[in-house]
Design a protein around this ligand. Sequence first.
Ligand SMILES: [Zn+2]
Length: 196
Amino acid sequence: MFFRSKSRYTVYTYGADILKTRAREIGEITPEIREIAEEMLRAMQLFDGIGLAGPQYGVNLRIVTLGIPCSDHGAVSPGEAALLPRMPMTVINPEITAMGEAKDTEAEACLSVPGISAPVERSQFIQFRARTINGELIECECGGMLARCLQHEIDHLDGILFVDRLTEDVFSSIEPKLKRLKKNGRKKDFKKTILV
Ligand SMILES: [Zn+2]
């Protein structure tokens, strides 16, 4: 018989201090960083997310995993054309070097804010730079869901959640839910765990 020990994957939820902390730059991409990336990719898939940032996984580092589905429709930005076929992937020290003026508003959700979805205004296009887990430099213009997801994930690295970016009216409408989430989260140390 072959036994495998159980693994525990934890995501931090609304109210946890680490979600409000600015994550640190990564210097060298060490074997330890690669191991964290592997774990985060697995956690993202288990929790059924399309993106996971280090702080959500309890890691105070500028690392993000992405699992955005390929879209079939029409023209895509150079970034989507280059990166969507490589999903799921990890990006290290991701940054937005320029933001387009055109904005749009779409509903967002977040593994750290379970059960809540709300419209957020974001730039439609961003200029994006990061390293892959192999140290390869990526620089491209991204649009579509990729641009939105990157803005959401990079916000996490700066201690910002999508609920911090809502209009006053929208925030008021979900505030009772957020308060409940925080109250319930406190009982579990703001941890949502999956055992596999
Ligand atoms: Zn999120």
